[in-house]
Design a protein around this ligand. Structure first.
Ligand code: CTP
Length: 407
């Protein structure tokens, strides 16, 4: 693990411990965070006391472990705690606590403070596999993830406390700490910047039910948007055609269906933005006419459908672009070389293209992974090796920030 320990220095971390055999592992996490200079405030659910004592966490962290919701008449813990924290970690998180958070049930201090938290909450579940895979628990996890405030890490597979083997073990300590560090370790190199990003494949409707689209999942655009927020951007607008991904933390999502809807929203926000990233796969062809009823097969459907080439939004934005704005396009290619990509940059008159090879199944469209070449207008090429889209997003912003500072 490559971990920058200084990330944790003087950071206030609320560590939530719930009822699970894995609660003892939280003591080690607490100790490592405290060693790295974090101010760890342990919070336990009353049931967690059956597994480990609060004294353990108090002595390791140097802070009193809080369990009782109404223990202090002078201080309303749930608000003061969650509003002053840089990050909230719940490890281990039981099915019970996850479900409470999902429904906003606040019948103990841990749940109350996590629900009222204004910082990101990282949840590391630990439970029996059949509990974890229970559709109700999965639905609760999805609800939390979709809200954008809650992040999940693990669980992993292995021996479970109940004697069974399966998915439900608390994720490795190193991985939990690394993810926590990632969520904290955001620089402010996009401070003051207004960003607009597009994501997903457009749906160009033929009639009220049929449309032409592509395989783009929108994951790359979502990862870029979340990263931009964490790097201190003043405002991040994500124009998205997909509705099934968790809403990125801190990002203003505007949902659209087709390229004309996307252009309309861009028209509203583009001129006041500093950086625009066209990660969306905008359809190159659109129906000549959109029927406002469902076409019937018996009415010679094929003769009524025809297509035309779509306007290229990226080119349109390039024409509108002011000197201080930075415009990034994507290129989904079946094999390419950076010279061709550079030609596209010149042709479209944009600042950067992020190119990926869509002929590969292990990266790009629909995948959680990507591998890209970032080509700048001056011909500089940065290759990013295959990695999770979250990490690729970081590399792309690194390059954008570099270009902005060199201007
Ligand atoms: N794009 C756009 N409007 C379109 C089509 C694409 O704004 N009608 C943008 C996409 O958001 C993306 C880039 O253009 O940023 C994609 O370019 P690419 O896939 O290379 O398509 P083209 O430049 O049209 O080239 P090709 O002929 O290879 O399809």
């Amino acid at each position: 693990m490559v971990l920058n320990k200084s990330v944790f220095l003087k950071k206030k971390i609320v560590l939530g411990i719930t009822a699970s055999i894995a609660a003892y592992k939280a003591a080690s996490i607490c100790s490592r965070l405290a060693d790295m200079g974090a101010d760890v405030v342990p919070v336990m659910t009353p049931n967690a006391l059956n597994f480990i004592t609060p004294i353990t966490f108090s002595s390791i962290s140097g802070n009193k472990t809080i369990v009782e919701q109404f223990a202090n008449e002078k201080k309303i813990y749930h608000i003061s705690l969650s509003h002053s924290a840089d990050i909230f970690l719940i490890a281990p998180a039981s099915a019970d606590t996850i479900s409470k958070l999902s429904y906003g049930i606040c019948d103990n201090l841990l749940a109350t403070s996590a629900v009222s938290a204004t910082c990101p909450v990282l949840i590391a579940p630990a439970m029996n596999e059949s509990m974890y895979l229970n559709p109700i628990i999965q639905k609760n996890i999805l609800r939390l993830r979709k809200s954008g405030k809650y992040f999940f890490i693990g669980p992993k597979s292995g021996n479970l406390a109940c004697g069974e083997k399966g998915l439900g073990r608390l994720e490795d300590e190193d991985i939990i700490i690394e993810r926590l560090g990632e969520l904290l370790n955001y620089s402010s190199d996009l401070k003051g910047k207004k960003i607009v990003i597009t994501a997903g494949g457009t749906r160009e409707f033929i009639d009220t039910v049929r449309y032409i689209s592509n395989r783009s999942s929108g994951k790359m655009g979502y990862a870029l948007a979340e990263e931009a927020y964490f790097r201190g951007a003043e405002k991040v607008i994500l124009i998205s055609t997909v509705r099934n991904l968790p809403q990125p933390y801190g990002v203003d999502v505007k949902y659209v269906e087709d390229s004309s809807g996307m252009k309309k929203v861009l028209d509203k926000y583009y001129s006041t933005n500093d950086v625009a990233v066209m990660a969306a796969a905008v359809s190159d062809i659109i129906p000549l006419k959109k029927y406002n009823f469902k076409l019937k097969k018996k009415n010679d459907i094929l003769s009524r459908i025809s297509f035309k080439e779509n306007e290229n939004i990226l080119k349109y934005l390039a024409k509108e672009k002011k000197k201080n704005q930075y415009l990034v396009g994507f290129a989904a290619e079946s094999g390419y070389n950076s010279r061709d990509v550079l030609e596209k940059i010149k042709d479209k008159n944009i600042d950067m293209i992020v190119a990926n090879d869509i002929s590969r199944e292990d990266i790009g469209m629909e995948s959680d992974y990507n591998e890209v070449d970032i080509v700048r207008q001056d011909g500089a090429v940065k290759k990013l090796a295959r990695d999770k889209k979250r990490i690729i997003a970081r590399g792309i912003w690194d390059e954008i920030v570099k270009s902005l500072t060199e201007r």
